[in-house]
Design a protein. Sequence first.
Lengths: 381, 247
Amino acid sequence: MNFDLSDEHILIKNTVRDFAEREVKPLAKQLDERGQFSVDLTRKMGELGLFGLYLPEKYGGQNSDVLSYIIAVEELARVDSSQAATLAAHNSLGIGPIYYYGNDKQKEHYLPMLCTGDALWAFGLTEPDAGSDSRGSKTFARLENGEWTINGSKIFITNGASSVAMGATVQAVSGNIEGKKEFSAIIVDRGTAGFTQIPMHGKMMWRASDTAELYFDDCRVPEENLLGQRGQGSKIMLSTLDNGRLSIGAMGLGLAQGALEMAVKYSKERKQFGKPISTFQAIAFRIADMATKVETARNLLYKACWLKDSGRVFGKEAAMAKYYCSEIAKSVADDAVQIHGGYGLMKDYDIERFYRDQRLLQIGEGTSEIQKLVIARKILE
Amino acid sequence: MKALVCIGHVPDTTSKIKFVNNNTEFDTSDIQYIVGPYEELGLTRLLDLKTAGLDLHITVANVGVQETEATLRKALAMGADDAVRVNAAPKDALFVSKQIANIFKQADYDFVLTGKESIDYNSGEVDGMIAEFLGITSVSGVSKFDIAGNTAQMEREIDGGKEIISSGFPFVVSAGKGFAIEPRIPNMRGIMSARTKKITIVEPENIEDATSTVKFHTPPPRPACKKIAPDNVEELVRLLHEEAKVI
């Protein structure tokens, strides 16, 4: 048994940390305050090679393992959840379905472009009335004369509407077989008539990531835009979420690590009763608890990555990692605010942003409750 | 053109410095290592020249045990072409300089680049010693560097101004602040391609120890801050003069 990261993983960790500290950190607060998505930072992440990290080189990827990708997300989230969200959503939800289910022509057409940072791709699953119950989807696609005609809408779609949001993979009801809905996944490119991408504003968290509503009004795309097989849509979407769980876990872990570091630094600097507050047991014990949670989360997440990299079944561990990392992100951020006292409630301190950003993690890409359902089913089946 | 770039394997600048064995050895436990910051700037500038079209083969080298290969891999990930590791713990500047000079003699390098000093032992001696072993020019603490044809143009800070130096090949140059604006961050492709770049391992030439460390002393802890009332200028002046001795 060996818990050491390889030299290459350490190099990736340090490289992304340097990038996050140098390029992302100076802008994070301002972008959050303005609720502004940064095309420039997205391009820089592309230049660094973070998009399509795990894809083969022939598609423009770096042929890395899953752990490398997860470490990259973790290091970005340690500084800014919004940029980490752009990266995680694009890699897991945007690129993932096309890479795992696309035919050669689709892969050759889309993947090289999606590795550059000049083009992001969205995952259109959630609808106003279909969240955890993704089979409640009402978006409908009808095949006629060699074309799919899509009608419906999607909501809370990451990377859906910025100037570099070049399209989406959309789950739609494509038919009805013996009273059961048939779902298919269909590729829709930006600029297709009847496809409208509208940015969503007023978010509490991830304010510098691009969240969108997607509308399909008699939106026609060629029949060949079907991803995978007809009727495979639900499987494609749910297996994509399985993979995405690792990256959301990485976002929780990175955020918790960042919050812990802020709390440690502040507790050593802040003096009350003539001493740094870190010397008081009430604070020290809280930090001990926070650090233990972060370490446990890292071990759980990295183990899930190791299972996937080893070609083994990882679904249960991925759900555990997503659930645990998200939950400890909440408690560690909360503890860090408590240690900061009144200053932790002020926007001048980054911990205020971290406290808001963590709240999505227990909701997005499968709520904590859904993760528990997945874990329990795997144990009890 | 071929450059030999020395890569220091030094503790991260945020490391806590402690000593063991009766304060004669640096405690390396829990230390994260990095490429020496001056060497990193130097390598970045050479990579920039290469990107701009200069036909330059960059070999990075260090004197160190197997663990230092991670640091060489970082330099390879940044864009260096290959690496040489002299398989020995670096004893002192003379030992390191001798090994680097030997590497230089093994191939037709045009120049050697070092940092102006390592950030651990800060001796600042290696560049001069390499030049002495090789009998070639040495220019230390360079803040700007360019190559045009058969000449290298260098600039460095001197008391009261700047010195502009032009040198033919070969030479040894040590990079100081300003050599590049900021170190290059390797991209993921660079990291992955570094896997397959060659690190040649050579055995050291043993030479007699020129120095031995008697003891390390850590600096005294920084004294507490003294606060002086805003209207007590006389006391401020007295303390700056008598205690701090800065005026």
